[in-house]
Design a protein around this ligand. Sequence first.
Ligand SMILES: Cc1ncc(COP(=O)(O)O)c(C=O)c1O
Length: 405
Amino acid sequence: MPTLETTFDARTDDTLTLLRANGQFKTLQVIEGPMDATVRLRGYGEVACFCSNNYLGLSNHPEVVKAGHEGLDRYGAGTASVRFICGTFDCHLKLEQRIADFYGVEAAYTFVSCWNANEAIFPTLCEAGDIIISDELNHASIIDAIRLATVIKKGLLKTVYRHNDVAALRTRLEEARANPQMTGTIWVVTDGVFSMEGDIADLLTMRALCNEFGAKLVVDDSHGTGVMGHTGRGTHEHFGMKATEIDYFTGTLGKALGGAAGGYVAGSRRAIDLLVQRGRPTLFSNALPTTVAVSAEKAIEVLMREPERVQKLRDNVAYAREGIRQSGWEVLKSPTAICPIIVHDTARAIALSRRLLDLGVFVIGFGFPVVAEGHARLRVQISAAHEKQHLDALISALAKLRQEV
Ligand SMILES: Cc1ncc(COP(=O)(O)O)c(C=O)c1O
């Protein structure tokens, strides 16, 4: 009779052996300097980076880095507490005010990650008798947060609609209205920019549907904030909508907004107050590190002061997308900074990304379980930090790869 420990060891070894044998084993690349247009990669030297979320080039911006140093000097290394005990520092309030001002909404509250923000919002704001209607390709943190919410709140309903299909959403809304168990609030939740496809939610139509059915609209715009719209306010700005037309935003500070870490919920004061009182990640998990709070606040300040960064990103995206097409690869169409090249097979995606590294270009191959089986891809991400020479390096490496395959 094998012991439990032996069973675990054996099945884990089997899984890892199989991944290696199938060419699906992910190797973590090690970066030995700051995140920027190029990075110093262990074993490869300086390579052009096309897989970070450093969309606006703020991760290594001198003012953002300086602010982080100042935060460390002023507040020390750790908060050593959750927010409601003694973990709320004045820099948290300043950052949250900055986020609320950036959107033009009543209030915001920060978490150590957007994953945490999503795990806070649904289990806290939703109740038994409510229903959550979610896009099938929403980010894993939304999917897991909804699962968690339905475990914590018995009688909370959930359903999924086909990706970006507003007709399917309408059907789900009609079903919800007709469901006798649905006695509370309807919540519709979507990514603003979908992280793997790089496409965007049709927020205008979704708002109209939510109005028609009296539903709340929650948008996780982690990949849209700092990227979409003229001033980088996000996907709603791309559609010419006011932030107040979205009931609640969740987002990350770990991408365009300085890239360190942290997430937030932004929206009505009443919802934020409830999160402070009842959110499990707010009651049982440490505050965002103060260094990060200070540097993220500076990153948003730089973005608000220099919206031309967003335009540079947009120009870079247009140039890169055209170049990728001319290099012979098909790239999914969208106005975002995410340019997926579908190669279907996970092992192939990993092998192609390794070859690109040999050619001096860092692009990650994504396969199962990050995307569905058969939908593996190279995901090229563009940044305002890139100059023409970086984009040209990407395009010529892709052209070479195309010839080789
Ligand atoms: C849409 C979306 N939500 C949430 C997250 C998680 O963000 P964080 O890294 O802050 O937990 C991501 C990150 O990939 C994301 O793309």
